[in-house]
Write a new protein. Structure first.
Length: 397
């Protein structure tokens, strides 16, 4: 019956991670998967999260289905985190938020919502973007195109070309934007560039769709929400999916949200209702545990303060690894410009290495990275960063 079904080629990043674990070489280095590891190479358990989870478990009690849209305390805490408690969009009730199964679940709910209610709209993603962005929107039946973004020559941004493309898009086109810590390049818009972009989005009648999976890994929790708040303050209607997988090290708990900023509270109620209908036709309701851990951290002043400090330490460790990698590469290959490792932000960087060079790194040096040349900087630590840089220099040289 099923012989006609084609085999699954596998996800390129997850398959590469599986190959890494099968590799018997003891000195192997994994820079492929987007997970934050501490300096000992372990996924950390944040103290703030551990204490919050203890409180959640201690409460005990029954485990009923959550409402379709998720827990009210989680949804409220997400809005405050994204926009600030006093932002007009929140106080006026014009933000519709659902608790989703990770931000991936939020992205997919938003894609299905758009396919149903904006069926003529195409989706435009940055070139490059996270591979699953294209899959999710295409899976919802939407046409996906790209706009210029990464400049391989400079390791920076093709901002003028990006604006020119966006100005020419049909009204109500969906524009997928990374709010901070662009995946996979690490190249972000500056504050001035966001200020220049927002009028283009507004004047062209475009619908931004923000992905915020790394809040706190760029410049800090509040600073990394700047684009979200600026869009809302400018009166734009837009989608934003956010995640707590990285920032709270809650990967397997699938704690995320999807919010839609609307012109007014009445339209927000319509949007929330149809998002609930979309969820009901998919997974019915989100899980309890991870969302309540997140809500506990965000709403308890002591735990939130502790989390901010812990997240800041994670951000600083990544920055230290960028500096260490940059220093060794500059020493090994003098005259080459590796400054982009210091200007790119967040967990990821584009190395500028070709697919053939990436293959050599893996085969000859047991350094695993995605064939696009992207590395997860959080996979580096004081024990492997020099070996990584030496291997990269050998291949680049």
């Amino acid at each position: 019956m099923f012989e006609h079904i084609p085999p699954f080629a596998g996800d390129p990043i997850l398959s590469l991670n599986e190959d890494f674990h099968k590799d018997p070489r003891p000195y192997k280095i994994n820079l492929s998967i987007g997970i934050y590891f501490d300096d000992a190479g372990r996924i950390p358990v944040l103290d703030s999260v551990r204490r919050a989870e203890g409180r959640v478990v201690a409460k005990g009690g029954p485990k009923p289905y959550l409402p379709i849209e998720g827990a009210a305390n989680f949804r409220s805490a997400v809005q405050v985190l994204l926009f600030g408690a006093e932002h007009e969009a929140v106080t006026s009730g014009r933000v519709a938020t659902i608790q989703s199964v990770g931000s991936s679940g939020g992205l997919k709910v938003g894609a299905d919502f758009i396919a149903r209610h904006f069926p003529g709209s195409g989706v435009w993603v940055s070139d490059p973007t996270w591979d699953n962005h294209r899959s999710m929107f295409e899976g919802a039946g939407l046409a996906v195109n790209t706009y210029p973004y990464y400049d391989a020559a400079s390791g920076g941004l093709k901002f003028d070309a990006m604006l020119a493309t966006l100005r020419g898009l049909p009204p109500k086109s969906i524009v997928l934007l990374h709010a901070c810590c662009h995946n996979p390049t690490g190249v972000d818009l500056t504050a001035a560039q966001w200020d220049a972009l927002i009028p283009v989005l507004r004047d062209a009648g475009l619908i931004p769709y923000l992905d915020l999976a790394y809040q706190g890994f760029g410049d800090g929790i509040e600073a990394d929400a700047r684009a979200v708040r600026a869009l809302a303050s400018a009166g734009l209607s837009f989608f934003i999916a956010n995640s707590f997988s990285k920032s709270m090290s809650l990967y397997g708990e699938r704690a995320g949200a999807l919010s839609v900023v609307c012109p007014d509270a009445a339209q927000a109620a319509l949007v929330l209702g149809q998002m609930k209908f979309t969820v009901r036709r998919s997974y019915s309701s989100p899980p309890i545990h991870g969302g309540q851990v997140v809500a506990t951290v965000l709403t308890d002043p002591e735990l939130r303060h502790s989390w901010v400090i812990e997240l800041g330490a994670m951000r600083e460790r990544i920055l230290a690894m960028r500096k260490a990698l940059h220093a060794v590469l500059c020493a090994k290959l003098p005259g080459r410009d590796f400054g982009y490792f210091l200007t790119q932000r967040g967990m990821f960087s584009y190395t500028g290495m070709s697919a053939a060079q990436v293959d050599r790194l893996r085969e000859e040096h047991a350094v695993y990275m995605v064939r696009s040349g992207r590395i997860c900087v959080a996979g580096l630590n004081t024990s492997n960063v020099e070996a990584t840089a030496v291997a990269m220099a050998a291949v680049l040289g």
